[in-house]
Design a protein. Structure first.
Length: 96
C-alpha cells in the first residue's frame, strides 16, 4: 500500500522539488502543480506532488500518520485524532 505524505518544499526549479517530511528529504516531481513555492505544503504520492495542502490539512494528515504508527506499536493514539474522538460517525451529505 502506498500513502501520500504531507511534505514541505525546501527548494524547487518548477519541474522538481526537494521536499521534507519528518527529517527525510527527497526529490519529487512538481509538474502537476502550478508554480509551487518554497515553504508550500504538498501531498506527495510515489515521488510526485499531486496537490497543494493548507497548513491545517497537512497537520491532520501528519497526525493521522503518527497515530497509525502509535497504534501499530501498541501506544495510545487518541491524541492524534482529536478531531474524531468523542464524535459520532457521520454520513457524507450525499448518503443522508
Amino acid at each position: 500500500m502506498c500513502l501520500g505524505l504531507p511534505m514541505t518544499i525546501v527548494e524547487t526549479d518548477s519541474v522538481s522539488a526537494l521536499c521534507e517530511y519528518c527529517g527525510e528529504r527527497r526529490r519529487v516531481s512538481v509538474l502537476l502543480l502550478s508554480e509551487p513555492s518554497v515553504g508550500a505544503k504538498v501531498l506527495v504520492y510515489i515521488d510526485t506532488a499531486i496537490r497543494l495542502l493548507d497548513d491545517d490539512e497537512a497537520r491532520l494528515i501528519a497526525d493521522a500518520l503518527e497515530g497509525l504508527g502509535a497504534a501499530l506499536n501498541g501506544q495510545d493514539y487518541d491524541r492524534f485524532f482529536v478531531d474524531l474522538v468523542n464524535r459520532e460517525p457521520q454520513l457524507p451529505e450525499h448518503l443522508r
